[in-house]
Design a protein around this ligand. Structure first.
Ligand SMILES: Cc1cc2nc3c(=O)[nH]c(=O)nc-3n(C[C@H](O)[C@H](O)[C@H](O)COP(=O)(O)OP(=O)(O)OC[C@H]3O[C@@H](n4cnc5c(N)ncnc54)[C@H](O)[C@@H]3O)c2cc1C
Length: 417
């Protein structure tokens, strides 16, 4: 029977919560992770594209050009998909996202995120080595390919923007692309190879392996409902499967579900989700793929995973709880089939995930305003796999009054006050 009182309760066993737990244990804190699934890595952290994108210095912005917005709004641009019935409910969040997506906002977020993003790969390497999960991180890098001259121009301007951050990708003409990925078709006219980032063939297992390491260090993962969190004498308490757990500190790391608990506790943030799907495919014949490839102009990734080739979609704009739809995947699959060696579908239905977002595309890491002992670690948008471990380190340093690896100010919840 585990002890009923610990130093810290972590709510949420995705990559963000598990990483925070490990970072606190490294500071000598006893930790219990509570998740409604009773196991780690079962939700968003299970189904992503598996790129530890330690070169993602520039935030994903809402488009600013009217023609691009109109095309996307009419579902003519496959990079996004809009569920029209959700629009009245999500319009305020999209408006906030649009307003934050200025050139100045982009630079401010890039500056704030630079140290976090830059350290993300090393933080994973350290955790994976300690957790015995090295086999789940591969030094493959990733590729983005273009189909047309417009796509090439877009890629070139992105490279220019990344240069000040020390990102040095390799330009690939058709022959160089074929040398790296022989089974990507001629539809791809060229590409850019980002060699540094690590990738994982199984993000869910990587998260579970990190959780196993937390358990080996004396922690545990228990089934329970975070919505039962209540203040207690000198701390917080939550109802878990084996009874009430108590701790001096609690961390909300519920990914896309964080907002529900925040609102129940009186904190209203401009939170929204960008939903996304995945589907696995068998490889055609004896084809192979060695690393994730982004089809830049169509906005999806095909990544070689333990289960097969995983196609992940871009953003679907819908309410978090809207029923899944096959529409976005159906729009993308024909493009993917002409570019990649996709065989038969391997999943009975598409998997649905939700990227937890704030309009400035920065996570919230730090104190819950006005509530002693309550901490926040969520909103990692497109980069939660990447940023989980380094965010956990930052939060643990704040909670233990150590010097922090980066300035935490840009990540405070109060920035939206
Ligand atoms: C299609 C797609 C592709 C992506 N590709 C990448 C990528 O290549 N690289 C990258 O870095 N990021 C990627 N991301 C983003 C990344 O997956 C997320 O940012 C990250 O997984 C978020 O992790 P998390 O721990 O915050 O949330 P989650 O993994 O969702 O964990 C939250 C946990 O909270 C639990 N929970 C929810 N409600 C309750 C409750 N009431 N009580 C108890 N527990 C509860 C859930 O069960 C869950 O385990 C992608 C996302 C998507 C959707």
């Amino acid at each position: 029977m585990p002890p009923r009182s610990v130093d810290v309760i972590v709510l949420g066993a995705g990559i963000v919560g598990v990483s925070a737990a490990l970072a606190l244990q490294a500071h000598g804190r006893s930790v219990a992770i509570v998740d409604r699934l009773g196991e780690a890595g079962g939700e968003t952290s299970f189904g992503n594209a598996g790129i530890v994108q330690s070169d993602a210095f520039l935030p994903y912005l809402f488009p600013r050009k009217l023609a691009v917005i109109v095309r996307a709004a009419l579902n003519r641009d496959p990079r996004a998909h809009v569920r029209y019935r959700a629009l009245p409910a999500i319009a305020p969040a999209l408006w906030g996202y649009f307003r934050a997506s200025t050139a100045g906002g982009k630079l401010e977020t890039a500056k704030a995120m630079a140290a976090l993003v830059g350290a993300a790969g090393d933080e994973h390497r350290k955790l994976a080595a300690a957790a015995g999960a090295d086999d789940l991180l591969r030094p493959t890098g990733w590729i983005e390919v273009w189909r047309t001259a417009d796509g090439e121009d877009e890629a070139m301007s992105e490279i220019e923007e990344l240069r000040p951050y020390g990102v040095a990708p390799r330009l690939l003409d058709k022959a160089a692309l074929v040398a790296l990925e022989p089974d990507v078709s001629d539809v791809a006219r060229g590409g850019v190879y980002f060699p540094e980032p690590l990738t994982t063939p199984d993000p869910g297992s990587l998260t579970a392996k990190y959780a196993d390491f937390s358990i080996a260090r004396g922690g545990w993962v228990e089934k329970g409902d975070a919505m039962s969190l209540e203040p207690a004498a000198a701390g917080w308490t939550v109802a878990a499967a084996s009874g009430r757990l108590k701790a001096r500190d609690a961390i909300i790391a519920l990914g896309p579900w964080s907002d529900e608990l925040l609102r129940a506790l009186g904190l209203k943030l401009p939170f929204f989700v960008k939903r996304g799907y995945h589907m696995h495919y068998a490889l055609k014949g004896d084809a192979r793929m060695s690393r994730p490839v982004l089809d830049l102009e169509k906005g999806y990734v095909v990544a070689p995973m333990a289960r097969g080739l995983r196609l992940t979609t871009g953003a679907e704009f819908a309410r978090p709880g809207d029923p899944p739809s096959t529409a976005h995947l159906e729009r993308l699959e024909p493009f993917a089939r002409e570019m990649f060696p996709l065989g038969a579908r391997l999943d009975p239905k598409p998997w649905l995930g939700r990227r937890p977002c704030l309009p400035d595309m920065r996570p919230v890491i730090g104190r819950f305003p006005g509530k002693a002992g309550l901490w926040l670690d969520f909103g990692h948008q497109h980069l939660g796999l990447t940023l989980g471990p380094i965010s956990g380190r930052l939060l643990a340093e704040m909670m233990t009054n150590e010097p922090t690896v980066v300035d935490p100010a840009p990540f405070r919840a109060e920035r939206f006050a």
